[in-house]
Design a protein around this ligand. Structure first.
Ligand code: DAH
Length: 346
């Protein structure tokens, strides 16, 4: 029997395809080659389809031969593809060599805002004295910001804290952290309390170098049986010395706050060696750092405590003020101005 002409067709196809494959030099040529032979209408499929035109006795060997060549070409394609990709990568690396000795790009390192740094320092001093940290809300009701702190509507003391009102009647931005006293008391009553409440406060002020419409405060509250004024004095003296140095002296002046009785203001002495001492202390040598006092019985009652059973002290200090003292910053507006020239210095 003569060699079937169709087997020659497979051999011809194989030779032609392999020759063309070996002349592909870039991946795009290779893709064209792949479509030409393996596409839906590619030559390999076309030839395989001829099986139906072949005498039945030869179909099997025709098909086997076709599949053998199909697989061979597919493998050859894969090998050539990998080779071309490798060549392209090498050419790329050689044309733009990678210099592994170039120094890395500088990635600027962030840092904590000075207000955050000092806030954390203050928190950690109080933590070391056994205080817990309590976060209270910044949007507050008039009732808790004023009334329950012993300032009924029209109380003249409210004039000290002009604020921002929301469109919700009776809902304001808190003017101080003192309303947090009510929240923490109601949460922990009847247990004793030793807590500091740090956070942002808001007041409607004319913005100047010394007053801002937003600033932080740290409120302190201690409640328990037999808490006395000497506990208050000891606590704030210890705090001031931990923050400003062992040698510092505390001065207490009588004052007035509606939520404490008696009320005081606390000053620390400022080192005379500091060239700014005179300016900071207006020549007195003393600098105010906080308001404080013994918690008013009405406030204790509003928090759920019985003033005949327990007593307490409270204080409120302004960390921005303290940061300004610590670093000699003379303008409170710098804290929220986001000026890198300022922030970078801390
Ligand atoms: N809340 C007061 C203010 O914003 C500061 C203050 C004074 C807080 C006396 C207190 C306190 O807890 O006992 O000016």
């Amino acid at each position: 029997m003569a060699e079937p002409i169709l087997f020659n067709e497979w051999t011809q196809l194989e030779n032609k395809a392999l020759t063309q494959l070996s002349s592909c030099t870039i991946e795009a040529d290779l893709q064209k080659w792949h479509t030409q032979y393996f596409g839906d209408k590619g030559e390999v499929n076309q030839s395989l389809r001829k099986v139906s035109t072949i005498p039945p006795a030869e179909r099997k060997s025709f098909g086997q031969e076709g599949n053998r060549i199909k697989e061979k070409l597919a493998r050859a394609y894969e090998t050539t593809l990998r080779e071309l990709q490798k060549k392209a990568l090498l050419a790329d690396l050689n044309s733009a060599p990678l210099d592994v000795t170039i120094p890395g790009r500088y990635c600027p390192q962030g840092r904590l805002h000075p207000a955050t740094q000092v806030m954390r320092e203050i928190d950690s001093i109080f933590r070391s004295m056994g205080f817990q940290i309590y976060r209270s809300r910044e949007v507050e009701t008039d009732e808790i910001n004023f009334e329950l702190l012993n300032m009924p509507p029209h109380h003249p003391a409210r004039d000290m804290w002009d604020t921002f009102f929301t469109t919700n009647p009776g809902v304001i931005l808190r003017t101080h952290t003192s309303p947090g006293q009510i929240h923490v008391m109601r949460k922990l009553c009847p247990n004793p309390i030793r807590a500091v409440l740090p956070g942002m406060c808001y007041r409607k002020e004319t913005i100047t170098a010394r007053s801002e419409i937003q600033f932080e405060q740290v409120e302190g509250l201690v409640i328990g049986p037999n808490i006395t004024f000497t506990d208050l004095k000891g606590t704030i003296t210890t705090f001031a010395r931990k923050l400003f140095g062992k040698e510092r002296q505390i001065r207490i002046r009588s004052s007035y706050f509606p939520f404490t009785e008696p009320s005081i203001e606390v000053d620390i002495d400022w080192p005379k060696e500091d060239p700014n001492a005179d300016r900071l202390t207006k020549g007195t040598g003393w600098l105010e750092i906080m308001g404080a006092g013994m918690v008013h019985p009405t406030v204790l009652r509003n928090g759920g405590y019985d003033p005949d059973q327990v007593s307490g002290f409270a204080f409120g200090l302004g960390p921005q003020r303290i940061t300004m003292l610590k670093y000699g910053i003379d303008d409170i507006r710098l804290f929220w101005a986001n000026d890198f020239r300022f922030l970078k210095q801390f």
